[in-house]
Design a protein. Structure first.
Length: 619
C-alpha cells in the first residue's frame, strides 16, 4: 500500500523533528501547505470534471458542427467515460463504526458526562455512542460524503474498560480522546490530527477500489499519505502529550496517571488471569460454564489485582521505549510529561459501568454475553471436540520411538506434547522432525519458541527461518526483538526488527503481484513439474463443460518460488453461465501455486486469447 520503506519513514520523521526544534514556525507553515496539497489534488480532479462537462455543453450549445464531429469520432463517449471514471474515483465510501449503540434516554448519566466534557473542551458533537469489546476508547469521525467530509462523530467505549476503571479514571480517558478534537486544543493541531486520519483512510479506500480513476488517485495518495504522515508525526506525538495534559486538567494529574497505568497494565493482567482461564474451559466442557462478561465483573470484584504481579507488569511497561511505530509515547514518557510516577492499581469500589450505565447496565451485560455466546458457541464446541480427540490420540503415541513414526504422526506427537504436556517433552520431537525436514518453517517456529522461552539464543536461528513464512513474520519479528531487548542487545534487536520489516515488504510486494492479471501483463510458457501438471489436468477433466485448456505463467519479481499461472479454458456444449463455470473451475483446483482462471468466451476473453498465444495447451 505505502510507497515508502520503514527506514525512509523513520528518516523523514527525524528530519521533521529536527526542523521542529530549530525552525518551529517554518515547520508549521510547511506542514499546513503539505496538508492542503491533498485537498488541491481532490479539487483538481473536481475542476477537471467541471471542465470536461462544461466543454461538452459548450460544444453542443455554441457549435453544433463541432459537437457532431465529437459525436461522429466517438470523442463524446471518451469524454463522458473520463467524467464517469473520475467521478467514481472520488466517490469513496467509508464503513461506519459498528457496535452496541447506547441511547441518551437509557443511559442519562453517561451522556451527562459526555455533554459536560464537550462543553468544557468545546469539542465536536458526538452523534452516537457505541460500546465494543476492547479495553480502550476512541472518537471516530465517519465522513458520510467520503472524501468530501460531512463527518458523523462516534464515541467508541470499551465495555471491559468501563468495568475496570473508576468513574474518575474513565472521565480522564474520555477527556484525552475529546482533547484531540476540542476547541481548547490548538485548532491547527486538531485540524492536522483530523487530516492525518482522513488521508490515511482515503489512501486505504483508493487502494481497495477497482477502477482506472481510482488507481490514479491511489498512486497519488500512496505517494502523498505516508510522506504527510511522516512529516506530521512530530506534531501528532505532541498532540498525545497535550491530550494527556487536558485529561489531567479536567480531572487531576494523579487521576490521569492512574488511568494510564491501569490501561497499560490491567489489560494484560485480565488477559492472563481471566480470559486465558476462561478460554481454557473449552478444553474441559462442551459449553461455556458461565457468561463471559458477567464472569469478568465477578472476577474484578472477587480478585483484587495482585500487588506484586501488577508492580512487575508496570515495571515491564516502564522499560518500554517510545518508538516510531506509533504516535503514542511509551507509558514512561507519558507519566514523565504529567510529572507523575507510576502508582499501584486497585479495583475501584464502584466502576464506571455501574456509575454511568445505571439500571441499563444489567441489560447491556446480558446483551454482550448473549452476543458473545452466539458468536463463539460453535468455535467453543469445535475446540472441545479437538482437545478430546487430540488427547485420546496423544495417549496412544506416548512412549513411541520418534524414529518409528511417520512424518504426520511425529508432527502430531510433537504439537500435542507441547500443547497438552510440556515443552520438555515436545522439544526432542520437534528436533527429530526438523532433522527430516530442515526447511519446515512451522517446526522451526515452535523450536524457536521453546528455546527462546528458556533464554537460549540458539532459538534465533530457527526463528530466522520461520520468518520467511508470511503467516509467521509478525510473531517472529516481535519474539526475536523482545528476546534481544531482554538480553540487553539493543542494536541487535533493532537490526532484527529492521530485517523483519524488509522481509514483510517483500511479502507485501509479492501479495500485490498476485492480486490479479491484467490484459497488458507479460505472459510466458509455463514452467511446471510434470507430476503437478498431470494432477492439474486430471482435476480439470473431472469438471463437466470444460473443453480445451491452455496454461501460461506470469513472471513475478518477488518470491518466484511461488509461481503464478493463468489458465484459460473453452466451454464444451451449452453453458448457462460462463461466470459460474469459471468460478467453479477456480474453486475446484487443488494444485500448489497461484492460479487465475479465465473463460475463452467470457468477459476476460482478451486475456484468454493472450494465454492461448503465449502459453501452451495442456488439455
Amino acid at each position: 500500500m505505502s510507497s515508502m520503506s520503514e527506514e525512509e519513514f523513520v528518516k523523514r520523521i527525524r528530519q521533521a523533528e529536527q526542523e521542529t526544534a530549530t525552525h518551529p514556525r517554518r515547520y508549521l507553515v510547511k506542514l499546513a501547505l503539505f496538508a492542503i496539497l491533498g485537498y488541491v489534488a481532490i479539487l483538481g480532479v473536481l475542476m477537471a470534471l467541471v471542465g470536461l462537462a462544461g466543454g461538452l455543453v459548450a460544444a453542443a450549445f455554441f457549435s453544433t458542427a463541432l459537437f457532431l464531429i465529437l459525436l461522429k469520432k466517438k470523442l463524446v463517449f471518451v469524454i463522458l467515460l473520463a467524467i464517469w471514471v473520475l467521478l467514481k474515483a472520488l466517490w469513496v465510501r467509508f464503513e461506519a463504526p459498528q457496535g452496541y449503540t447506547l441511547k441518551r434516554k437509557e443511559c442519562p448519566r453517561l451522556f451527562e458526562e459526555i455533554d459536560r466534557l464537550s462543553r468544557q473542551l468545546k469539542a465536536v458533537r458526538i452523534h452516537r455512542v457505541i460500546l465494543d469489546n476492547n479495553l480502550n476508547a476512541a472518537v471516530v469521525q465517519h465522513p458520510r460524503l467520503g472524501v468530501f467530509g460531512w463527518n458523523r462523530n462516534y464515541l467508541i467505549v470499551g465495555y471491559p474498560l468501563m468495568l475496570t476503571l473508576s468513574p474518575e479514571e474513565m472521565r480522564s480517558v474520555l477527556a484525552h480522546e475529546f482533547g484531540h478534537l476540542s476547541g481548547n486544543h490548538s485548532r491547527f493541531h486538531g485540524w492536522i490530527y483530523r487530516v492525518r486520519l482522513s488521508w490515511h483512510r482515503i489512501m486505504v479506500a483508493f487502494d481497495g477500489a477497482e477502477s482506472w480513476g481510482a488507481s490514479l488517485m491511489c498512486r497519488f495518495f500512496n505517494w502523498y499519505s505516508p510522506r504527510f504522515e511522516a512529516y506530521s508525526f512530530a506534531l501528532a506525538r505532541s498532540n498525545e502529550y497535550e491530550a494527556d495534559a487536558i485529561a489531567a486538567r479536567l480531572t487531576s494529574p494523579a487521576t490521569a496517571a492512574r488511568a494510564l497505568v491501569n490501561v497499560y497494565a490491567t489489560a494484560p493482567y485480565i488477559d492472563d488471569h481471566y480470559w486465558k482461564t476462561y478460554f481454557s474451559k473449552a478444553d474441559e466442557t462442551s459449553e461455556p460454564p458461565f457468561a463471559p462478561f458477567a464472569g469478568l465483573a465477578r472476577f474484578l470484584d472477587d480478585n483484587p489485582l495482585g500487588r506484586e504481579q501488577m508492580q512487575e507488569r508496570i515495571a515491564e511497561e516502564m522499560q518500554v521505549q517510545t518508538h516510531y511505530a506509533n504516535t503514542h509515547p511509551s507509558l514512561r514518557d507519558r507519566l514523565r510529561n504529567l510529572g507523575e510516577t507510576p502508582t499501584d492499581v486497585t479495583v475501584p469500589e464502584r466502576n464506571a459501568a455501574e456509575a454511568w450505565l445505571g439500571e441499563r447496565g444489567r441489560q447491556v451485560m446480558a446483551d454482550f454475553d448473549r452476543e458473545w455466546l452466539t458468536a463463539n458457541g460453535e468455535a467453543w464446541r469445535a475446540r472441545y471436540e479437538y482437545v478430546a480427540n487430540a488427547r485420546a490420540e496423544l495417549q496412544k503415541l506416548e512412549g513411541c520411538d520418534p524414529a518409528e513414526l511417520g512424518d504426520e504422526a511425529l508432527w502430531d506427537y510433537a504439537c500435542w506434547s507441547r500443547e497438552f504436556v510440556s515443552d520438555d517433552q515436545a522439544l526432542p520431537l520437534f528436533m527429530a522432525f526438523r532433522e527430516r525436514h530442515p526447511d519446515a518453517t512451522g517446526c522451526a517456529f515452535y523450536l524457536a519458541c521453546i528455546l527462546l522461552k528458556r533464554g537460549d539464543e540458539a532459538g534465533l536461528e530457527p526463528l530466522a527461518l520461520a520468518r520467511t513464512n508470511p503467516n509467521l513474520i509478525g510473531d517472529c519479528a516481535r519474539f526475536g526483538y523482545q528476546f534481544l531487548l531482554d538480553q540487553g542487545r539493543q542494536a541487535e534487536a533493532e537490526a532484527w526488527w529492521q530485517d523483519s520489516l524488509k522481509q514483510q515488504e517483500v511479502f507485501v510486494a509479492a501479495h500485490k503481484e498476485r492480486q490479479g492479471v491484467g490484459r497488458k501483463e507479460a505472459l510466458v510458457k509455463p514452467e511446471i513439474e510434470r507430476d503437478r501438471l498431470d494432477d492439474l489436468v486430471a482435476q480439470l477433466k473431472r469438471i463437466p463443460k470444460v473443453g480445451k485448456v491452455w496454461l501460461a505463467q506470469k513472471p513475478v519479481q518477488h518470491m518466484p518460488e511461488d509461481p503464478v499461472y493463468v489458465l484459460a479454458f473453452k466451454t464444451r456444449g451449452f453453458v448457462f453461465s460462463r461466470a459460474k463455470l469459471q468460478s467453479r473451475v477456480a474453486e475446484s483446483l487443488e494444485v500448489e501455486g497461484t492460479f487465475f482462471v479465465v473463460c475463452r468466451s467470457g468477459d476476460a476473453k482478451a486475456l484468454a486469447k493472450k494465454v492461448i498465444k503465449r502459453g501452451q495447451r495442456i488439455a
